[in-house]
Design a protein around this ligand. Structure first.
Ligand SMILES: *Cc1c(COP(=O)(O)O)cnc(C)c1O
Length: 430
């Protein structure tokens, strides 16, 4: 597999290099120089999930990891299901929250951890990542206990749900968590600065596990195929997929699946009030505003990192610009959508509800709708209970961490503080 840096097309790398580096020169994102078309989609859709995923990733990555390695990676990473559930006549949801940390980020996080530990072999690596909530947990669990890999997770202090925080800040060992005085964008800015600082980048062998890492996106391509495979031929004819979006990794993966030939009529980029992309799609102006806090906090992103990849897909002609629509949903309508879903017998959480809201208002005659269920409702227990006015029970994974103490340290949003903290971690290790 060959990838190019979208900010410097002469910077081309292999998949292994892109996974190890995360970001290219000038903070450029890596993107495949070529996206393969899958022949005989029908036959591919009939394969079982893991087998199909190995096949798809082989098409994308090729054989550079060596005989059988990709098979092993996928088998250990994708050890949970992604069921499609019907919520109304013509609307379905793809439940992506049956992994260990109850959010779709388990797919990308686990796949990346498996790739990286095999590519890095025994060399030391420090993963530095910013999380708006769920990445932290997925990445922490995926890397916990892997030798020679340390993980530093930055999150906006007080801006993620207490249960979300407990899922990653209680692990310890090689997992270090930092509560930053700021919002997600300032965490993301700190990560970018660290990657631009040779002292930190080279001495600590930095790597990022954000959705800027291409391995995460490629893993996510697989569940779009899985969703379509669970629908009938009729339902596949005019399928509309609504993606609750923050950093736009999930939508990018869906569009790559489409570029590979997956039958999807159009996609919806559904956001909360942090609506940079929906406004851009309407006005053509990229005009990020200050990030605002919402109940769908994993989407509180006003400068989505992955957007250049979506532009690349359009510019290179892999997808048509007209198949992506954007719409923002405010807090009131998000809550209303959660209540509507509950009335239909389906307990959901704010992120999926945003996608459902836009989808249900956008579907036309003859179309089938699918929205992505990106997190388990119990992960947002306080909000879900408040909005629905009824208690929900905690699944095993969450019940286990509720009573444990957070091991996070507090830091300001200044880069110098972070740098000192990371250098100290390295010293302590030696
Ligand atoms: C991360 C996240 C999103 C946003 O996904 P992106 O790939 O960043 O657009 C949506 N919902 C939940 C629950 C998330 O954790």
């Amino acid at each position: 597999m060959k990838l190019e840096n979208l900010k410097d097309l002469s910077d081309t790398v292999s998949f292994s290099q892109a996974v190890t580096k995360g970001l290219g020169k000038h903070q450029g994102l890596y993107f495949p120089t070529d996206i393969p078309k899958v022949d005989n989609i029908e036959a591919v859709l009939q394969m079982p999930f893991v087998e199909r995923s190995i096949f798809l990733l082989q098409q994308l990555i090729g054989d550079e990891l060596g005989e059988g390695v990709l098979d092993d990676i996928v088998q250990s990473a994708f050890n949970f299901s992604a069921p499609v559930t019907q919520v109304s006549d013509n609307i379905f949801t793809l439940e992506l929250f049956h992994g260990p940390t109850l959010a779709f980020k388990d797919f990308g996080g686990r796949f990346m951890a498996q790739c990286l530990s095999r590519i890095a072999k025994n060399k030391p690596v420090t993963i530095l990542t910013a999380t708006s909530g769920d990445t932290g947990a997925a990445v922490a669990h995926a890397f916990h206990g892997i030798q020679n890999i340390d993980v530093v997770i930055l999150f906006p202090k007080g801006k993620i749900s207490p249960l979300q925080e407990k899922l990653f800040s209680t692990l310890g060992d090689n997992i270090h968590t930092v509560a930053v005085e700021g919002d997600f964008d300032s965490c993301q800015a700190l990560v970018k600065k660290a990657f631009d600082d040779p002292e930190v980048r080279d001495d600590l062998h930095l790597n990022s596990a954000n959705s800027i890492n291409i391995s995460r996106l490629l893993a996510q391509v697989c569940y779009y195929f899985e969703a379509v495979s669970q629908l009938s031929a009729k339902q596949r004819e005019a399928l509309v997929v609504s993606v609750p979006s923050g950093n736009f990794g999930n939508l990018t993966a869906g569009l790559i699946a489409k570029a590979m030939g997956l039958p999807v009529k159009r996609f919806i980029a559904a956001t909360n009030s942090n609506d940079t992309v929906p406004r851009f799609l309407k006005t053509g102006k990229w005009d990020p505003k200050t990030t605002v806090a919402t109940i769908s906090n994993a989407m509180d992103v006003s400068q989505p990192n992955n957007w250049p990849r979506i532009e690349a897909l359009i510019e290179k002609g892999y997808i048509d610009k007209d198949i992506v629509h954007g719409e923002a949903v405010d807090e009131q309508y998000t809550q209303m959508a959660m209540r509507q879903l509950a009335q239909a017998g389906y307990t959901s959480e704010p992120h999926a509800a945003v996608a459902y809201r836009v989808l249900s208002h956008s579907l036309e005659q003859g179309e089938t709708g699918l929205f992505l269920g990106t997190a388990h409702p119990a992960k947002f227990r306080e909000t879900v209970e408040n909005v629905l006015g009824q208690p929900i029970s905690l699944p095993r994974e969450l019940a286990a961490v509720v009573g444990e103490d957070s091991l996070s340290v507090d830091l300001s949003a200044s880069y110098d503080d972070l740098k000192a903290h990371m250098q100290q971690l390295l010293k302590d290790k030696k």
